[in-house]
Design a binder for this molecule. Sequence first.
Ligand SMILES: Cc1cc2nc3c(=O)[nH]c(=O)nc-3n(C[C@H](O)[C@H](O)[C@H](O)COP(=O)(O)OP(=O)(O)OC[C@H]3O[C@@H](n4cnc5c(N)ncnc54)[C@H](O)[C@@H]3O)c2cc1C
Ligand code: FES
Length: 274
Amino acid sequence: MSIQTQEQDFVPTFCTVESIFPQTAIETTYRIRLPGGRVLGHKPGQFVQISIMGVGEAPISISSSPTRGDWFDLTVRKIGRVTSAIHGLKVGDKVGIRGPFGSFVDMEALYGRSLLMIAGGCGLAPLRSVIQYAIDKKEKFKKLSVLYGAKTPDDVMFRDETEKWKNALSFDSTVDFGNQNWKGNVGQITGLVRPLSIDRDTVAIIVGPPVMYKYVIQELDKKGMTSDNIIVSLERYMKCGIGKCGHCTIEHLYCCTDGPVFWLKDVMNLKGAL
Ligand SMILES: Cc1cc2nc3c(=O)[nH]c(=O)nc-3n(C[C@H](O)[C@H](O)[C@H](O)COP(=O)(O)OP(=O)(O)OC[C@H]3O[C@@H](n4cnc5c(N)ncnc54)[C@H](O)[C@@H]3O)c2cc1C
Ligand code: FES
C-alpha cells in the first residue's frame, strides 16, 4: 500500500492551547489554535497526532466541527504517559500537532438524509464534531437525533452543550448506573434505540467502546437498518497515523488511513474489526 504523504504529515506544527474546559474527573477539552491564522482544515471524524516534547505522541479525535471557528478542540481522557502530560497543560502552552488524518464522515454526501448519531462514553468527543456540523447545517438534513450513554452521572461530558442541543435536535441520554441526583434514564443505550421509529432515509453514525457496537447494531438490525446505512468509527493502537508503520491494521485495512470512519458493510466481516 502506498500512501501519499507531505512534510507536514511527519513534522509537528507548534500550536497554542487557547482554552481548557474540564469535562469529568479524567476528561478535559483543549481548544487549540494553529500559528499565523492557519486553519486545520479537518472534516468530522478525523484525528490528529498531538505531541508533548520529551514525552511522546498520541492520536486524538478532533471534537469540534470545522464550521465552528478557526480553532479546534481535542477532548482527552487521562490514561497514561502522553495523556497525563496533556492534562498538565496550561493556557498558552505549546503542543505539536500533525494532521488532520484519516477518513471522515462525508456530511455533504448525507444531505437530505436523517442522521441518528449514537455515542457511548468518550465516543461523544469525536461524535461532537459530527453533531455540531449537523446542527450548523440543520436545513440540509431531514431529521437529526442524538443518543448518548455514559457509565454514571459523573461520566457525562459536555453537559451545558448537550442541554443546548435539545433546541436543535432530538436528544436522549442514559447512564448505566444512576444516583440520587440523576433524574434521567438509567440503563444501557440499547434501551434508547428500542422505542425509535427509524425512517428509510436514516443513516446511523455510531462511536463508542467496542462492546457497544455489537448490541446497538443488533437493535438497528431489528429495525431493518442495513450495514450500508450504518457508519462506525474504530480505534486501534496507532503510531505514525499515516499508513507507514503497520501498527493499526485490520486485515488488509489501515485504521489510520482507510479509517477510523468506516461504513459497517466494509468492516463487519473482518476479523477483530468490531
Ligand atoms: C484514531 C484514534 C482516536 C482517538 N481519539 C481519542 C480521543 O478523542 N480522546 C482520548 O482521550 N483518546 C483518544 N484515543 C486514544 C488515545 O490515543 C490513547 O488513550 C493514548 O494514545 C494513550 O496514550 P498514553 O501515552 O497516555 O497511554 P500509554 O501510557 O501508552 O498507555 C496507557 C494505557 O492505555 C492503553 N492504550 C494506549 N493506547 C490505546 C488505544 N489507542 N486504545 C486503547 N487503549 C490504549 C495502554 O494499553 C495502557 O493500558 C484515540 C485513539 C485513536 C487510535
Ligand atoms: S498507525 Fe502507522 S500504519 Fe496506521
